[in-house]
Design a protein around this ligand. Structure first.
Ligand code: SAM
Length: 305
């Protein structure tokens, strides 16, 4: 009995005290996945094979990274948090197919993460504060992923996949570049700490080129942004306000595109936005945006009206 007690005491002495985990940072959207079944669904939805190069955004404590590393040929994981990036670098030091990059995914040069001629998949449980800008950045990039599987807030997922009637700028921006679908809804209890809202995993099969033939994607989005400048109002009002043109000019544009001016912007389909952009270019030319100053001397971009 005494011997046994002594043995336990000596083992206890040898085990170094466990370092407390750093607290999750709300400001960096740190809601870590704690449900292995959700991790598996993400991996399955991304159809990872040994031929794949996977870019992971926000690896956090590495729950997805470990599974990706087992399946994919190569994993590049971009983490903004200093402490998490350090600890992942130590963990994956001996894994030749994993690179941890300490950077901000909103700014890091994509070609420095993934060589320009190499196809890749993007897989992430995204920080919610930056999910839409990160998704749009990678969809609009010259070097786009061929597939994206991302966890976002359910409302964002719905917006990405919305049909006419519920469209938003994010719906147009997603569906111009790819075909999105919701893979699954994920309840708050699947994360630590639990977020306040339900999440969803979305898969986007990215097209080789945008599904509308556009001379300038930037100018197309100027028009879409103008069209959504007051989503509760009729679309002619939005265009008037957003493009700073007269009611007659807005109505003429919409008539040329065969869109009823009284419709709300969320009812327009992607094809109708394409038609409206065609009418806009015919009316105002394909030239670059014109810089003008408004009555208060503030620089604005406005078409030749
Ligand atoms: N992948 C982990 C998981 O599923 O448990 C963590 C996901 S957590 C929702 C989001 C992660 O993104 C956090 O680790 C956070 O530090 C990181 N992050 C936040 N903003 C970032 C940014 N701008 N660029 C790269 N990583 C970011």
């Amino acid at each position: 009995m005494r011997l046994k007690e002594q043995a336990i005491t000596s083992t206890e002495k040898q085990t170094p005290p466990k370092k407390p985990r750093p607290k999750a940072k709300k400001s960096l959207g740190q809601n870590f996945l704690a449900d292995g079944r959700v991790v598996e669904r993400i991996i399955r939805a991304a159809e990872i094979t040994a031929d794949d190069l996977v870019l992971e955004i926000g690896p956090g404590r590495g729950v997805l990274t470990r599974r990706l590393a087992e399946r994919a040929g190569r994993v590049v994981a971009v983490e903004l948090d200093d402490t998490l990036a350090d600890s992942l670098m130590s963990e994956f030091e001996g894994s030749p197919n994993v690179s941890i990059v300490h950077a901000d995914a909103r700014e890091a040069a994509i070609d420095e993460l993934v060589p320009a001629d190499v196809p890749y998949k993007l897989v992430a449980n995204l920080p919610y504060y930056a999910a839409s800008p990160i998704i749009r950045r990678f969809l609009e990039a010259d070097h786009k992923p061929k597939l994206m599987v991302v966890m976002v807030q359910r409302e964002v997922a719905k917006s990405m996949c919305a049909e006419p009637g519920k469209m938003s700028i994010l719906s147009v921006a997603t569906q111009l570049y790819g075909s999105p679908r919701v893979v699954m809804s994920v309840p708050p209890r699947a994360f630590r700490p639990s977020p306040k809202v339900t999440s969803a995993v979305v898969r986007i099969d990215v097209y080789d080129s945008p599904c509308l033939d556009l001379d300038s994607e930037e100018r197309f989005f100027d028009l879409v942004r103008a069209g959504f400048s007051a989503p509760r109002k009729q679309v002619h009002n939005c265009l008037q306000q957003g493009l700073d043109i007269s009611r007659e000019q807005a109505e003429a544009l919409l008539e040329a595109a065969r869109v009823d001016p009284r419709r709300r912007p969320q009812t327009l389909s992607l094809d109708e936005w394409g038609g409206l952009y065609g009418a806009y270019c015919l009316k105002y030319g394909h030239n670059e945006r014109t810089e003008i100053t408004d009555s208060e001397g503030i620089r604005q971009d406005k078409p030749h009206a």
